[in-house]
Design a protein around this ligand. Structure first.
Ligand code: GLN
Ligand code: ZN
Length: 716
C-alpha cells in the first residue's frame, strides 16, 4: 500500500511565503533572492512530504498563484521579469480574481477575450525545471481542461480549438517528463458530452508522450469515471470524502487493471481528525476491485493550516484536530493499519462543547419558526409608516475605512497595551464622528462603521460559545493573503449580547435609523471549519438562534433596521446542481430563522456575488425586506434576471464599485440607476455602494458618497 499526498500549504508554518514575496514588493530583496527563497520553501515542502509519504508532486510552489503560473507556462502571459509578473497579479493591470471551485481560495482568472491566435506556446517548461532542480517528486501540472474551463473569454464554440492548441503545448511539456501529477478538479463539475469527448481526445494525445500521468480529481465525484478508465494514464486520484458517489461508480463498474487508484480518504478541507475505522472500511472495499491502491488526501491540503504545534487550544479540542502535518501522518497511519490488519483505536468520547439546552432548542423548532408572522406587503406598510424614508433611500453596506489608525488601535487592545475602557471610548469616538459624517452627507439609513471588527466572521466567532479561534491557523485566501478560519467545534450559543453596545450607542446620537449589523449563519459556517458530527443544517440553526437573540436585543434598544450579511451563500453551494435543493433548503431556512423576530423590524441582507441571476430564485425565498447586491461586474445580467422573476422585495443594486479607488461621478451613477429603474419599480429601489468601504480611504469615500446622495436627490 503506497501513500500519496499533494497540495501541502505553501504558506509555510511562519507564513514564509507571504514574507518572501512582500519583501520583494517592498524592494527589500532582489528577484534572484526571491526565487532562491521560494525554492527553499519548495525544498521544505518536499522534506515534509518525504518524511511521511511515498509519492508527492514537485513544483507546486508558485510566486503567487498556480493558475497564473500555468498561464505563464503556456505563454498566455509573458512577463519579462518578476516585477512584470506581479504587475499582472496585483494593482490596476491585474487579472481578475475569483473563487476556486467552492472554496475560499481565489485564483487569477486567465482572460482570452480579444486574443490573437494561436493562444499558446511553451514559454517555460517549469515542470521540467523543478523536476531537474529537486531531482525527486512527480512534476506538478494543472491539467489543460481545468485550466481552460476556469479561464474566461473563450466561447463554447471556441473551446475545442483552444483545448487542441493547449494540448499541443502540454504534449511538448510532457515529452520532456518521465511522469506527471496532473490535477483536473474541473472533472468533478457537471460537464457536457462534448466536453467529456474533448477530455478523452486530450488525454489520448497526451498519452502518446509516454509520460506516466497521475490524473488527480477532487472536491466531488466524477460523473463520467468510466471515461477516465479508458485513458492512457498511470493513476487516477478520486475524492471519497467529498465525492462518495465515486465509490458507487466503482461498485458498479469496477476499476481498470494496470492503473493505480489514488484513494483520497483524508479530508483536505476540514480540520477534524480522521475516522480511521470508516476510511479503513472504504479502503478494504476498494481493495476488492483493484490491487494497485495508494492512500491519499481528499483535496489539496492548503485549505487547512500547517500544524497544530504551537496552538494553545483546549486539550479536549486539540485531540480532535488534524492540520496538514498531522494529516500527512494520518495518511501514513491509515496505510499502516491496512497493511498490518490492526484495528484502529476507537475515538475518545467527550462532552466538551456539548450544550444540551442549545440542542433542545434546535430540536424543538417548528415550521412556523421559519415563517414570519406578517407577509412582505403588510410589513412594507408598517415599515413605511414607522421609518418615513424618502423614495430612493440611501445607505451604505456597513464598514467604513479601516485605516492604519484603526488597525493599530485594535492591535494595541489585543496586545493589552491599552485597556478595555480606553479602547471602547476610542471606538465610541469613531462611531460618533461617523454618525455626524453620514448626517452631514445626507444619507438616510446610517451604520456604525464596524471599526471594532477585524473580520466579519472572526468577530462573531470570538464572542460565540462553541467556536474556537487559533493563534497561527492561517490558510491562504489569495496571493500572499491568509486568514485564520475559526473552528466550530461544539453547540453554539451567545453568552451575552455581541454588538448591542456599539449599535445602540450609534442610535442614541441620531434621529435617523441606524442599522444593526450581523453576519449570517451560512457565511459564518462557510468561512470557518465547521463540525461534521451533526448535520450542517443544525449548526446553521444553532447560530441562527444566537443571532435571533441578538436581533431581539436590538429591538429592545429601539433599533428599527437590521442587516444580516450573507456574502458566502453562493460560494457555499455544492458544485453539482443536483445537490443544490438540499443545501439551499437549510441555507434559506437558517436566514429566515435568524430574522424571524418582530415583523416591525425591517430586515436587510447583503450579498456580494456578481452572477446573481443563477441564484435569484433561491434568494427570493429568503424573507428579507431589502437586499443590497454587489453588481458592478455584471449589472446587465442582474437586471435581466429581475425581468424574469416577480421580485417584490426592495433592492439596492450597488452603484459604486468599491473595489476601485476611482470616485464615481454623478452622471455615471445616475445612468446605472436609470437603467435599473426600467426593470425595478422606483418605490422598491435603494441607492448604495457595492459592498463595505473597509478597504477604501476617507477622501474617496467622502467624495463618492457625496455624489451618491446627489444622485438620489436628483432622481427623486
Ligand atoms: N457589512 C460588511 C461590510 O460592510 C459586509 C462585507 C461583505 O459583504 N463581505 O464590510
Ligand atoms: Zn459585500
Amino acid at each position: 500500500m503506497q501513500t500519496y499526498a499533494y497540495g501541502y500549504p505553501r504558506l509555510g508554518s511562519g507564513r514564509e511565503f507571504k514574507k518572501i514575496i512582500e519583501a520583494f514588493w517592498k524592494g527589500a530583496i532582489t528577484e534572484s533572492a526571491t526565487v532562491e527563497q521560494l525554492d527553499s520553501l519548495q525544498e521544505q515542502m518536499i522534506a515534509v512530504y518525504e518524511a511521511k509519504v511515498d509519492l508527492f508532486p514537485v513544483g507546486e510552489i508558485t510566486a503567487y498563484d498556480p493558475m497564473f503560473e500555468t498561464a505563464v507556462m503556456v505563454g498566455a502571459y509573458t512577463p519579462a521579469n518578476l516585477s512584470e509578473y506581479y504587475a499582472l497579479c496585483r494593482g490596476k493591470n491585474a487579472l481578475e480574481m475569483t473563487k476556486w471551485f467552492n472554496t475560499n481560495y481565489h485564483y487569477l482568472v486567465p482572460d482570452f477575450s480579444d486574443r490573437k491566435w494561436p493562444a499558446f506556446s511553451v514559454t517555460k517548461n517549469r515542470a521540467k525545471e523543478y523536476h531537474e532542480q529537486f531531482n525527486r517528486g512527480i512534476p506538478y501540472l494543472i491539467g489543460p481542461f481545468t485550466f481552460l474551463k476556469l479561464s474566461k473569454g473563450i466561447t463554447p464554440e471556441q473551446f475545442d480549438k483552444y483545448l487542441q492548441s493547449l494540448t499541443a503545448v502540454y504534449r511538448e511539456i510532457l515529452n520532456e517528463l518521465p511522469a506527471a501529477h496532473i490535477e483536473e478538479p474541473a472533472f468533478v463539475l457537471e460537464l457536457t458530452d462534448s466536453e467529456i469527448a474533448a477530455i478523452h481526445r486530450t488525454y489520448e494525445t497526451l498519452g502518446e508522450t509516454g509520460a506516466k500521468m497521475n490524473l488527480i480529481t477532487y472536491y466531488d465525484a466524477v460523473d463520467f469515471l468510466e471515461v477516465l478508465y479508458e485513458l492512457p494514464v498511470a493513476g487516477i486520484g478520486l475524492d471519497f470524502v467529498h465525492g462518495p458517489a465515486n465509490l458507487d461508480t466503482i461498485r458498479k463498474s469496477g476499476f481498470p487493471k494496470g492503473k493505480v487508484l489514488i484513494a483520497g480518504l483524508i479530508d483536505g478541507r476540514n480540520v477534524w481528525k480522521n475516522d480511521m475505522a470508516s476510511s479503513l472500511a472504504i479502503l478494504k472495499e476498494l481493495s476488492q476491485y483493484t490491487s494497485s491502491l495508494a492512500v491519499s488526501n481528499a483535496g489539496p491540503l492548503y485549505h487547512v493550516p500547517v500544524t497544530l504545534q504551537g496552538e494553545t487550544l483546549p486539550a479536549e479540542l486539540t485531540e480532535r484536530l488534524a492540520f496538514a502535518n498531522e494529516k500527512l501522518a494520518e495518511i501514513e497511519h491509515l496505510a499502516d493499519l491496512f497493511t498490518s490488519g490492526e484495528a484502529p483505536l476507537a475515538p475518545q468520547k467527550s462532552i466538551f462543547g456539548v450544550d444540551t439546552s442549545v440542542q433542545t432548542r434546535v430540536a424543538k423548532l417548528k415550521d412556523t419558526d421559519f415563517i414570519k408572522s406578517i407577509p412582505l406587503q403588510e410589513r412594507r406598510n408598517l415599515h413605511d409608516q414607522m421609518l418615513g424614508l424618502p423614495i430612493l433611500p440611501t445607505t451604505t453596506i456597513g464598514s467604513f475605512p479601516q485605516t492604519a489608525e484603526v488597525r493599530k488601535k485594535r492591535a494595541a487592545f489585543r496586545k493589552g497595551q491599552i485597556d478595555k475602557q480606553e479602547y471602547q471610548g476610542w471606538i465610541r469616538h469613531k462611531i460618533s464622528d461617523l454618525v455626524s459624517f453620514q448626517e452631514n452627507l445626507g444619507l438616510d439609513v446610517l451604520v456604525h462603521g464596524e471599526f471594532e471588527r477585524t473580520d466579519m466572521v472572526e468577530f462573531f466567532a470570538e464572542k460565540l460559545e462553541g467556536i474556537a479561534t487559533t493563534k497561527n491557523g492561517w490558510i491562504i485566501s489569495y496571493g500572499t493573503r491568509g486568514y485564520r478560519p475559526p473552528i466550530i467545534y461544539g453547540d453554539v450559543s451567545r453568552p451575552e449580547s455581541m454588538t448591542i453596545g456599539e449599535i445602540a450607542y450609534a442610535q442614541t446620537l441620531t434621529g435617523k435609523p441606524v442599522k444593526g449589523m450581523l453576519t449570517g449563519p451560512v457565511t459564518i459556517i462557510a468561512w470557518s471549519f465547521a463540525r461534521n458530527d451533526i448535520p450542517l443544517a443544525n449548526v446553521a440553526y444553532q447560530i441562527g438562534l444566537a443571532l435571533q437573540d441578538e436581533i431581539r436585543d436590538y429591538e429592545k434598544a429601539d433599533i428599527k433596521i437590521v442587516q444580516v450579511d450573507e456574502p458566502a451563500i453562493r460560494e457555499k453551494a455544492p458544485l453539482k446542481r443536483t445537490a443544490w435543493p438540499a443545501y439551499f433548503d437549510w441555507a434559506i431556512r437558517s436566514f429566515n430563522l435568524t430574522t424571524n423576530t418582530d415583523p416591525k423590524t425591517q430586515i436587510h441582507t447583503h450579498i456580494c456575488y456578481s452572477e446573481f441571476g443563477e441564484i435569484i430564485e433561491q434568494i427570493n425565498l429568503m424573507d428579507f425586506d431589502v437586499i443590497s447586491i454587489e453588481t458592478t461586474r455584471s449589472r446587465g445580467d442582474i437586471l435581466e434576471s429581475f425581468e424574469k422573476i416577480d421580485f417584490q422585495r426592495q433592492i439596492g443594486l450597488g452603484v459604486w464599485d468599491i473595489h476601485s479607488p476611482t470616485v464615481p461621478d454623478v452622471k455615471e451613477m445616475q445612468e446605472v440607476v436609470e437603467r435599473a429603474l426600467k426593470v425595478i419599480p422606483k418605490t422598491n429601489f435603494w441607492i448604495n455602494p457595492d459592498c463595505g468601504l473597509k478597504t477604501r480611504d476617507w477622501p474617496e469615500t467622502e467624495a463618492s458618497l457625496r455624489n451618491l446622495v446627489m444622485v438620489a436627490k436628483q432622481m427623486r
